[in-house]
Design a protein around this ligand. Structure first.
Ligand code: AMP
Ligand code: GLY
Length: 425
């Protein structure tokens, strides 16, 4: 089969890297792709928001399957349009994608099906929001209801900070219509983990567990980012807790969607907070996580193309997914200044040396410039290593990290530190 992957991050490079290994895959395209996907696939410049352009490309190149990496194209119904044109697609429909594109839809669904999540209220009016924030007190969480490129969540330490966040969303329209309604929710404490499952709408195949590192600096300090590193498995989720998450969160979510007439085909990602009262949903994503994918996909021993195609056809009942038992770690190398303003066009050195250290290097914000690879985004490179045990995986990963350099490069030096501490205790 010929496959088109949509996206340009580390997630899409990891997906392309794995699809390329499948004997079932003929031609592999990535749009727009990055400096890494250029090696594993053919990068193509498509205007992804123009669904007709994507459909015409697929027909012209006889693409059998489209894999949609990010949420934005799904939120505007690319899966529906591709299906209507007779092209198979891995990624949920417009209505199913509301699980991510509308936090109100997701919260209300959780409410209807008793899925544990933070207590919340929805507001479109600043006076009412402010009154509620003052009544509940801080810490408190303010979220834009729509897609805000990962920037729409404010964890407010003080009431004033929360009121300011609500104002900038509702009054100053910081996120445009995505912030025309806000969710003010209870601040949850605990350890976070990412639970991803692949589903055809009926049957569920769980992926291995993973954990992300959202903050920019060591010790979980500084601003929230798209994710500065990850590891898999997540030791906070033991077998018993995993079963509880499946029974109290994932299965009721799928049942709820079905009950509302929504067939969910693709990957469903639940961001979970393990609280003293049990696991609760922080958010749903309708796509693979980034950088979680960079540690999940390399652990997969089975054929990813076959799995994606089975989901796209709506029947995964004959799919078996097997996993490598080793531990995997991903360290994200980011541009100086990220997640704020940062420079682009810096030459990256040492990628081949890092790969010689038996690490995998998945590109994110990179592009080819002549014979060089240069930076072109905030999160630039993902270095993924493995080991027998988390400590060995961390050592192997950082050994490879040290080979890579570009001006301004920053990364966290404590990825998986919590997992190592947990393994020791
Ligand atoms: P979200 O995009 O909703 O996952 O939020 C981004 C990040 O903000 C999460 O990964 C958490 O680290 C944090 N967060 C979101 N909601 C809450 C909450 N109710 N309590 C504590 N932290 C939260
Ligand atoms: N790593 C978090 C996300 O993909 O949303």
């Amino acid at each position: 089969m010929n496959v088109l992957v949509i996206g340009s991050g580390g997630r899409e490079h990891a997906i392309c890297w794995k699809l390329k290994q499948s004997a079932k895959v003929g031609k592999l395209y990535c749009s727009p792709g990055n400096g890494g996907t250029a090696k594993d696939a053919e990068n193509v410049e498509l205007k992804v928001s123009d669904h007709k352009e994507v459909i015409d490309f697929c027909k012209d190149k006889q693409v059998d399957l489209v894999v949609v990496g990010p949420e934005a194209p799904l939120a505007v119904g690319i899966a529906d349009d591709l299906e209507k044109a007779g092209i198979k697609v891995f990624g949920p429909s417009y209505s199913a994608s509301r699980m991510e594109s509308s936090k109100i839809f997701a919260k209300e669904l959780m409410g209807r099906y008793n899925i544990p999540t933070a207590a919340f209220r929805i507001f479109d009016n600043i006076e009412a929001a402010e009154e509620y924030i003052r009544e509940v007190g801080a810490p408190i969480v303010v979220k834009a209801y729509g897609l805000a490129a990962g920037k729409g969540v404010v964890i407010a330490e003080t009431v004033e900070e929360a009121v300011d966040a609500a104002k900038s969303m509702l009054v100053d329209k910081q996120f445009g219509s995505a912030g025309s309604k806000i969710i003010v929710e209870e601040f949850l404490t605990g350890e976070e983990a990412s639970i991803l499952v692949v589903t055809d709408g009926e049957k569920i195949i769980p992926m291995v567990t993973s954990q992300d590192h959202k903050r920019i600096f060591d010790g979980d300090k500084g601003a929230n980012t798209g994710g500065m590193g990850a590891y898999s498995p997540a030791p906070v989720i033991d077998e018993k807790l995993f079963d509880e998450i499946m029974k109290t969160i994932i299965e009721p979510t799928m049942e709820g969607l079905k009950n509302e007439g929504i067939i969910y085909k693709g990957v469903l990602y639940a961001g979970i907070m393990v609280t003293l009262e049990g696991p609760k949903v922080l958010e749903y994503n309708v796509r693979f996580g980034d950088p979680e994918t960079q540690v999940i996909i390399p652990r997969m021993k089975s054929d990813l193309a076959e799995l994606f195609m089975a989901v796209a056809k709506g029947d995964i009942s004959d799919q078996q997914v097997e996993w490598d038992e080793k531990e995997y770690v991903c360290v994200v190398l980011a541009a100086g200044g990220y997640p704020g303003v940062y420079d682009k066009g810096k030459t990256i050195s040492g990628i081949e040396q890092a790969e010689k250290e038996k690490a995998m290097v998945f590109h994110a914000g990179t592009k080819e410039k002549g014979t060089k690879i240069v930076t072109s985004g905030g999160r630039v490179i993902n270095v993924v290593g493995k080991g027998n045990g988390i400590e060995e995986a961390v050592i192997n990963t950082y050994r490879a990290v040290e080979k890579i350099n570009f001006e301004g490069m920053q990364y966290r030096s404590d990825i998986a530190r919590k997992a190592i501490d947990r393994a020791k205790n």
